[in-house]
Ligand binder design. Structure first.
Ligand code: ADP
Ligand code: MG
Length: 611
């Protein structure tokens, strides 16, 4: 029954029917859209179709000449007739074979090109999605759409359109010859044929639904594998290798269950299909035999007819597969198009570019909740300003909303209400590239790419926006130059996937250098020095304070030494600003900040006493 329960919702028959129609229209639309994707390869595709037509037409003549050969031997007993028919048959076969090969070549390359085009389009759509999209979608789902779904799309489409056209051309030719040879036998054939068609159609429908489930279930398994591989250190340190293996096997087992249903369906399909075919052949042989016996048709004609009928059966058969195959392509395409069509909820189409940014930041009555958790308000009507050139520290308990403020400043998300302004202009009005050259972020978890350190530092900059000297200066400011030059390959050292070949502190310093190279007017440091030892942190901060005069800096940090030097401290708790002022002011107010400081000092005291 799970097969039948495929339709979603709709209790009434009418609802179901209209939904079905809509789906059908949608499927056709999807196929059409896929075809449109092939438009740039039109000449190639057309050449392929011409070769296909020639080769399929050739095949049509072969049974006819086979009958002629037989009649030449049996009835006419004429050497000339026999030789003539054999030569014609051989020539047609050869032409058919050559053009079939040419068709294969044209279609193959057109198909690969289609596949790559789809991948490029999909990837560029994905990369332009809003950050919130990536909060809810798993990477495994994205990669499976990018790899297996795009492959299914183009491969099954190409293959099935080929089969379809070949079958169609052949079916038309075959029917012509069948009528020509014997209309009586043709009618017998026509009585049996609808049964074959019906079987294919029913099977095709079920197959599509099942195939979708299979793909979803494989994507779930992919996610498990991907998560495990990307968190291998955690897996290892909790000795949970077997747990992950079992989880993966478990998910694959779900897929296996679907495969079993598919196997039963498939064998049922083959079985019933062949049975109908056999019945048809036997009936034609029986009736045709009588026609030969009473002299209505020749023996050669009966042989030709039977060969045609087998060909027709093949065509109908293939068309059945075409339908299921196309449905498979439609299933995969719908998933791919879903992402291609997805409009990012945040667009980067602002166009404000100015000569010089002052670096005045204002949060004005900002309310915000993450799109993935819309019912939890993370920032509650928050307002604060940061003057140009001011160094402001955001402090407060973890989960309070500090990083969320940074996320809004980076325009990763849109506030639900209120404004985030830079120099009195809402940040979404700025040109995307311009904004991100003005504001640089060193995030809570530094992200490095599997490229050289140099490429990591100049990440995202155009070739005319950096030079080696500037990179080294930035690295020096970030207290990274020394350790980089001590590496065997210096700035050319590979950082490894996600920067695993560097220590946490080294990664952070490379990330800081990356942010500084842009010489941003606004620098956001979100616990950017948390993995550094106090000595390195001190050095980095010295360098930053010395060189950042005139630039606006927002620092999120826990260590008191970092915070107390800031011009102003803003305490954020539960999405609200609860205190602000300088270190001295806030200490004298004896509020939340004073308490935080007291606790940190106490902790340090006890550490001292214990050592
Ligand atoms: P802080 O940086 O002050 O520690 P955050 O701004 O990171 O705090 O988080 C504030 C709240 O927002 C937390 O309750 C956290 O669970 C939630 N949150 C953070 N990031 C996301 C996200 N991507 N999706 C949904 N909720 C989030
Ligand atoms: Mg944070």
């Amino acid at each position: 029954e799970p097969l039948l329960a495929g339709g979603r919702g709709g209790n009434k028959e009418n609802d179901k029917d209209s939904e079905k129609d809509k789906k059908k229209g949608k499927s056709a639309g999807t196929v059409l859209r896929l075809l449109k994707f092939s438009k740039p390869d039109l000449p190639l595709v057309l050449a392929g179709f011409i070769f296909l037509t020639v080769s399929a037409s050739g095949e049509i003549f072969i049974p006819y000449y086979t009958g002629r050969v037989v009649d030449g031997i049996v009835i006419d007993k004429s050497q000339a007739e026999f030789t003539h028919s054999i030569i014609v048959m051989a020539l047609i076969s050869a032409a058919s074979a050559v053009t079939a090969g040419l068709r294969g070549g044209c279609m193959f390359i057109a198909n690969r090109r289609l596949n790559l085009r789809i991948r490029n389009t999909l990837f560029s759509s994905i990369v332009n999605q809003d950050v919130g999209f990536f909060d809810t979608v798993q990477t495994g789902d994205i990669t499976s759409r990018l790899t297996s779904d795009t492959t299914t799309m183009s491969d099954t489409l190409g293959l099935n359109i080929n089969i379809f056209l070949r079958s169609l051309i052949k079916a038309i030719g075959v029917l012509f010859f069948m009528f020509k040879l014997s209309w009586r036998l043709t009618i017998v054939t026509f009585i049996g044929l609808p049964c074959l068609l019906a079987v294919s159609k029913i099977y095709g429908n079920y197959y599509k639904k099942l195939q979708e489930k299979v793909q979803d279930s494989l994507a779930v398994a992919n996610n498990v594998a991907e998560e495990a591989c990307s968190t291998m250190r955690t897996v290892r340190s909790f000795a949970n290798e077997n747990g992950e293996i079992l989880r993966y096997a478990d998910k694959l087992n779900e897929t296996y269950k679907l495969y079993k249903t598919q196997a039963v369906m498939y064998s049922g399909f083959v079985w019933s299909n062949m049975l109908f075919e056999l019945a048809l052949t036997v009936s034609v042989l029986y009736y045709g035999g009588h026609l030969v016996l009473d002299g209505t048709i020749s023996g050669g004609t009966l042989i030709s007819f039977i060969l045609y009928q087998i060909q027709l059966g093949d065509c109908v058969d293939s068309m059945g597969y075409v339908y299921t195959g196309l449905m498979q392509a439609v299933g995969a395409s719908e998933k791919v198009f879903e992402y291609i069509d997805r409009k990012p909820s945040i667009s980067h189409h602002g166009n404000v570019i100015c000569d010089k940014i002052q670096g005045y930041i204002e949060f004005k009555n900002v309310c915000f909740s993450y799109p993935s958790r819309p019912d939890v308000q993370v920032l509650k009507n928050i307002s604060f300003t940061v003057e140009p050139g001011e160094v402001v520290a955001l402090v407060g308990p973890s989960g309070g909303g500090k990083t969320s403020c940074v996320n809004l400043l980076e325009y990763f998300y849109k506030p639900d209400s209120g404004d985030v302004l830079l120099d009195n202009i809402p940040i979404h009005q700025y040109d995307h590239h311009f904004l991100h050259k003005q504001i640089s972020l060193v995030g809570q978890e530094p992200v490095l790419y599997a490229r050289s350190i140099e490429e990591n530092i100049r990440y995202g900059l155009h070739d005319d926006e950096w030079n080696t000297e500037a990179i080294e200066t930035a690295a020096d400011l970030a207290n990274a130059h020394k350790f980089i030059t001590e590496l065997k390959e210096g700035y050319k050292t590979q950082a490894g996937e996600k920067g695993v070949q560097l220590s946490g502190g080294q990664k952070q310093r490379v990330a800081i250098a990356r942010a500084l190279l842009r010489r941003p007017q606004v620098l956001l440091l979100d616990e950017a020095t948390s993995a550094l030892d106090s000595e390195s942190e001190y050095l980095v901060q010295q360098a930053l304070y010395k060189n950042l005069s005139g630039r606006t800096v927002i620092i999120i940090a826990h260590r008191l030494s970092t915070v107390e030097k800031a011009d102003r401290i803003i305490v954020i708790e539960k999405g609200e600003v609860i205190e602000q002022g300088s270190h001295i002011q806030l200490l004298s107010e004896r509020g939340v900040y004073a308490n935080l400081v007291k606790r940190q000092l106490l902790l340090t005291d006890s550490q001292w006493s214990s050592s």
